[in-house]
Design a protein around this ligand. Sequence first.
Ligand SMILES: *[C@@H]1O[C@H](CO)[C@@H](O)[C@H](O)[C@H]1NC(C)=O
Length: 161
Amino acid sequence: MFKHLTVVFLVFVGFNKVNSNETLRSITASFLKVLEECRHELNIGDNVLADMYYFWKLDRTLMHRDTGCAIVCMSKKLNLLDTSGKLHHGNAEEFALRHGAANDMAKELVTTVHECEQKHEMEEDQCLRALEIAKCFRGAMHEINWAPKVDVVITEILTEV
Ligand SMILES: *[C@@H]1O[C@H](CO)[C@@H](O)[C@H](O)[C@H]1NC(C)=O
């Protein structure tokens, strides 16, 4: 009986895990698609591109202010921000659902970004704030094993050229 439950539990967790990192891979891909536009608009250098390509690598410090500006630009293009520059919860939830998230996951993603926003609301500079929020979000996703693998993300970039 217990053995049986354990198997069901493991299958469920395993399935859930794959789903979640696939959703974040797909969300990352959508961000990278608009990155090209933002790159031209903001006249962004290669260091920012590398920051975005290797975004999910935890030991990458993400220090360039320009990377934060790019994140703001991409979020705007994807309609994820409200007029005050904060996450638009309704749009963000829909965005997550469109990328294959289950309801619970979509809510969890929005909550996580919201908490990260609150943690860094003292930062006045919009670009630096976005950078801190992004790092906070990345850390949280790694903690619950939802982060996509960097090599999977990179392979996708390389094969889409
Ligand atoms: C998601 O996780 C599974 C299991 O660890 C792995 O096989 C798969 O490559 C991951 N997918 C992505 C997009 O990271």
